[in-house]
Design a protein around this ligand. Structure first.
Ligand SMILES: [Zn+2]
Length: 194
């Protein structure tokens, strides 16, 4: 009986250790988690990026962190790219994914950079946003989940959409820089946050 109890105790101990080991392995795997996201077209595949809040704080400027990670909004008419009309491309300030081409940028007069179409449909995800007593559609980077701004239905043709985006969420590269770095639409710019 005593021996039986000891055996049972040991077995339980082993079970607990095995369980803890599995949990540890599980959480390690989660840290390196990469999820493959196939867009509507089924053509573009984007690897998702997960970082801890501490990692994002190190990577981003305080302004970028507030907008991208805490869904902040920069004050209108203050952003770097509001009145910025140079040929090139706009990349995610969090992960470097291309989000908009300068050809889709227009002056909506609202105080934030405005675009009528994303560079690639699969690069931007939409979520319903019911904050501040309004119903809006939030847009986020499909790879790092960073908050970009909102999309509205009052944009110019051909899409009729207005992607109202915070400058702090974007990094611009001129056409020459894009050519020099041989960037393609699925490439990332290096060190976007810095
Ligand atoms: Zn991103």
């Amino acid at each position: 009986m005593v021996i039986n109890n000891i055996f049972r105790g040991r077995n339980q101990g082993i079970t607990v250790i095995a369980f803890l080991l599995l949990m540890t392995l599980g959480s390690c795997a989660q840290n390196n988690q990469k999820e493959v996201n196939i867009s509507d077209s089924g053509m573009k595949v984007t690897e998702r990026i997960f970082k801890s809040e501490e990692e994002w704080k190190k990577l981003l400027t305080p302004e970028q962190y507030t907008v991208l990670r805490q869904k902040g909004t920069e004050r209108p008419y203050t952003g770097l790219y509001d009145q910025h009309f140079v040929k090139g491309a706009y990349f995610c300030a969090g992960c470097g994914l291309e989000l908009f081409d300068s050809d889709s940028k227009f002056d909506a007069g609202c105080g934030w950079p405005s675009f009528n179409t994303p560079a690639e449909k699969g690069h931007i995800d939409e979520h319903a946003d019911r904050s501040y007593g309004m119903v809006r559609t939030e847009v986020v980077c499909s790879r790092c989940g960073g908050h970009l701004g909102h999309v509205f239905n009052d944009g110019p043709p051909p899409t009729g959409l207005r992607y109202c985006i915070n400058s702090a969420s974007l990094i611009f590269r001129s056409e020459e820089e894009v050519k020099r770095e041989k960037l393609r639409s699925n490439d990332s710019i290096p060190n976007p946050g810095g």
